[in-house]
Structure formats: structure tokens, C-alpha cells
Ligand binder design. Structure first.
Ligand code: ATR
Length: 296
């Protein structure tokens, strides 16, 4: 049962639009309960043009902080007093802490990605990684891969310029990694041949297009130790299914979702959440999805 709301209960939440399908309130409130933190997490659908009013209102109400999702991850930067180095590298903020009269911005997506991999005993250091996609999610992932000491990161994207821009940014601002950018369909076989970790950051394969796969070549899955798909709807994408059929360690996007949320929770409430609680929250969401009629 959810913990009791009292006059001491604090508030955090999620700003975005649309947010009706977000599962963050499900696992964040469960996390408050498990960690025995007297707080509630609420969804706030924010209309275009209302962001300034909403942020001021939350600040006036002494809210602990909030997550930010589409379409406000960059717009929110205008309202922040300080932005973490990570968020500024990623060019987007997904977590805001309100402290006194100041707003602090963070990006926990990259750390969430790393914690999801580490919880599955996957280590990044000295690995050859192929990243499919070069959007916002890829940026968080590639920055973190570079910071964590990946040996080589190849970014393959439909629009090569975007992959190039991302590789330049990471090569300039994060040392010690050979990041290269190519056109996905042309060169996937070349890069995939000795790759240790294959990562999909595109939305290809997401519901309702569940029969799509971000790569054509099935041979690239052969002998891949780790395959990660950022998509979690459905939990088993075509990409994940092919990886499993080829005996890869296949990891879906649910762990990254949960751990980026855990990192935000830790920032708001100044506590440390053990990894095993993340695993418990992933199970809670798997159960939730299994019971949902409109979620595949
Ligand atoms: P996000 O913040 O989730 O990363 P995004 O910034 O819109 O979202 O990026 C989506 C990524 O998925 C991009 O790399 C996009 O490729 P383009 O840069 O060429 O647009 C990729 N993507 C989306 N749909 C795709 C498709 N049908 N085929 C190939 N790549 C696709």
C-alpha cells in the first residue's frame, strides 16, 4: 500500500507534454515507499507557453524538484541558475532540483544507462561499441561511453551529419576515445564485426511499428556479447528478439528508464539507492506492463 500523505509530505514530479503514458509516477512513488521517503511524485502536463509560470509555481510551492521530458528538455535551460557539466555536455536537462531560491539542472540519462549496464555486470572500459542513432538519447549514451573509457565508439545514423556533429562534440570535449560517425546502412557490417556492445538509441521497433528493426543485417548479431535496445515498449523488440536468438546478452530499455529516475530521486532527496532496488522497480514495471491492456 502507498505510504500515507501527511503535512510533512514533499512533492516532486514530471513536466512534459504528452505525459499520459509516462510510467515514471508508477516507479517513483514505489521508490518513495521502498526508501521510506515521505514524498509523492506527480505528472504535470505543461502546455506550450506555460513553462515559466509552471516553474515559478513549483518553486513557490517548495517542490523538491522535477523531471523534464519532451518537449522541454532544452527549453528548461532558460530557467536554471546552474547546469551540471554533464547536462551541458548533453545539451539537455532531464532533472531539476529546487533548493532555496535556486534551480539546478542535471541530466541523469547517461548515468542511468551506465547503471543499467552495470546492474547486468556489463563493463564499458576498453570495449568497442556501435551506437545506432545520433539524437538526444544517443548523445547522453555516447558522452557516457566516452567518459567511462570505451576504446572505440562508432555512431551510425540515417542522417550522417548528425552522427558527425555528435562525434566531433565528444572527441573535442571528452578525451581518450575514438568516436567516428558513419551512415548506418552502408557500414554496419564493417563496424559490427569486432564490436563488443551494440546499442540501439533510435525509436525504430517501438510500438506500434513492432516488426521494424534498426538494422537489416542479421549476421551482425553473431558473436555480439552485449546488445542493448533503449526501447522498452514493447519490452521485447525485434532487435532484442534477434539478439536473443543469437545468444547475445540482450538488455531492453527498462533498466535505463528506472536508473535515470533513481539518479533523479537521489538528487532530490539526497539519499543513495542500492542497485537491488532498481531491479525490484524493473520487476514492478514488468508486472504493470503485463497487466496493461493498451501497453505492448
Ligand atoms: P531521442 O531524443 O529519443 O534520441 P531524436 O533526437 O528525435 O530522439 O533522435 C531519434 C534518432 O532515431 C535519430 O538518430 C533518428 O535518425 P535521424 O537523425 O536520421 O533522424 C533515428 N531514427 C528515427 N526514426 C528512424 C528510422 N525510421 N530509421 C532510421 N533512424 C531513425
Amino acid at each position: 500500500m502507498a505510504h500515507q500523505i501527511t503535512s510533512k509530505t514533499s512533492i516532486s514530479g514530471l513536466l512534459g507534454n504528452p505525459i499520459e503514458h509516462s510510467v515514471s509516477p508508477i516507479f517513483q512513488n514505489k521508490l518513495c515507499e521502498i526508501m521510506n521517503v515521505p514524498s509523492v511524485y506527480l505528472p504535470f502536463r505543461v502546455m506550450q507557453g506555460d513553462l515559466a509560470k509552471v516553474v515559478r509555481g513549483l518553486q513557490a510551492l517548495n517542490v523538491k524538484g522535477f523531471n523534464v521530458t519532451i518537449p522541454y528538455k532544452t527549453q528548461i535551460l532558460d530557467f536554471l541558475n546552474e547546469v551540471s557539466e554533464e547536462a551541458s555536455l548533453m545539451g539537455a536537462v532531464n532533472t531539476v532540483k529546487i533548493y532555496g531560491d535556486k534551480l539546478y539542472g542535471y541530466n541523469t540519462d547517461g548515468l542511468g544507462f551506465i547503471r543499467a549496464l552495470e546492474s547486468q555486470d556489463v563493463c564499458i572500459e576498453d570495449k568497442n561499441v556501435v551506437v545506432l542513432g545520433a539524437g538526444g538519447a544517443a548523445r547522453a549514451v555516447v558522452v557516457k561511453l566516452a567518459q567511462k573509457g570505451a576504446k572505440r565508439v562508432a555512431i551510425l545514423n540515417r542522417t550522417q551529419d548528425k552522427a558527425k556533429n555528435l562525434s566531433e562534440l565528444v572527441n573535442e570535449r571528452v578525451a581518450n576515445v575514438a568516436v567516428s560517425a558513419e551512415l548506418a546502412r552502408d557500414l554496419i557490417d564493417k563496424y559490427a564485426i569486432d564490436c563488443d556492445i551494440l546499442i540501439n538509441t533510435t525509436s525504430v521497433g517501438m510500438w506500434p511499428d513492432i516488426n521494424k528493426c534498426p538494422v537489416d543485417s542479421k549476421s551482425i548479431f553473431i558473436n555480439k556479447p552485449v546488445v542493448f535496445d533503449m526501447v522498452y515498449n514493447p519490452l521485447k523488440t525485434k532487435f532484442i528478439s534477434i539478439a536473443e536468438a543469437n545468444f547475445c546478452k540482450a538488455i531492453n530499455g527498462l533498466g535505463m528508464l528506472v536508473y535515470q529516475g533513481i539518479c533523479a530521486f537521489e538528487i532530490w532527496h539526497e539519499v543513495s539507492v542500492p542497485t537491488k532496488i532498481g531491479i525490484e522497480l524493473i520487476a514492478v514495471l514488468e508486472q504493470y506492463f503485463a497487466e496493461m491492456q493498451d501497453f505492448r
